[in-house]
Design a protein around this ligand. Structure first.
Ligand SMILES: [Zn+2]
Length: 254
């Protein structure tokens, strides 16, 4: 279970499995700031509040002033290796980032989609993944682990992963397009009171991590539903296009 922490008037969640890796800092944001809703995206110079909130969030987690590397998320299966903190990653399309850089933060932005943070126990590299149904169907988390193996010669048995808060199977009604794309009936639940099947996105990504060679005990999956927990999270399904965003971040301490 992810642990809820509160520091400098900002509430965030941290995973036990990632927390056990020395020299790795990570967090999943919530909407709880001091008095106002803590919105952390989308980033734009026209939105000074989001910029200010991001600075405060990084500081409260213990990464004050670290450069934040976030890709332009497009619901793809594209994995990008970030090798330079001066790169303008906001302009690069992709939904998973890996890096061996120390003193830099990888970030993904979500509101119902699944954020996944990965690190190896020797703190060689970290990864941040954004997986909605499209990314999950395209097996982006498997591509990310494959990239970690190729680029950094990491053994999947040494990897730990936290699957952050996302829309739960309780609330994630899906249509035929999604059912066809997922190609695994075991990921869906049916109840008499539901009009359509519901998809378990967290379980889908957990299974992909196992397929990739991670140990079951090295994987933690948040059971918190972004749509149900209005007190903690922004949600696209609940709030529509006016919703805010959470950020999930991970970095290697220099
Ligand atoms: Zn729910």
């Amino acid at each position: 279970m992810l642990q809820i922490k509160r520091r400098d008037q900002i509430t965030f969640l941290q995973s036990e499995v990632l927390g056990r890796v020395p020299g790795i800092i990570h967090a999943f944001s919530t909407r709880r700031g001091d008095t106002r809703d803590l919105n952390l995206g989308p980033h734009s110079s026209a939105n000074p509040i989001v910029q200010m909130n991001r600075v405060r969030f990084l500081a409260s987690v213990g990464l004050p002033g670290w450069p934040m590397m976030k890709l332009r998320q497009v619901h793809s299966d594209r994995v990008v290796n970030i090798q330079d903190t001066s790169a303008a990653t906001d302009a690069v399309e992709g939904d998973a980032a890996v890096t061996a850089l120390k003193g830099a933060v990888l970030a993904v932005q979500t509101a119902d989609c699944v954020p996944i943070l990965i690190a190896d126990s020797h703190r060689t590299a970290v990864a941040a993944v954004h997986a909605g149904w499209r990314g999950t169907a395209a097996r982006i988390v498997e591509s990310t682990v494959a990239r970690l193996r190729e680029e950094f010669a990491l053994d999947p048995q040494d990897l730990v992963a936290a699957v952050g808060p996302h829309i739960g199977v309780c609330c994630y009604e899906v249509g035929l397009e999604v059912i066809d794309a997922m190609a695994d009936p075991a990921l869906f639940e049916h109840k008499p009171e539901w009009m359509k099947p519901h998809l378990n996105l967290g379980e889908a990504n957990r299974r992909q991590l196992i397929n990739s060679g991670l140990r079951e005990e090295g994987i933690e999956v948040s059971s918190l539903c972004t749509r149900c927990r209005e007190d903690l999270f922004h949600s696209y399904r609940r709030d529509g296009k006016k919703m805010g965003h959470m950020l999930s971040i991970i970095g290697i301490v220099p």
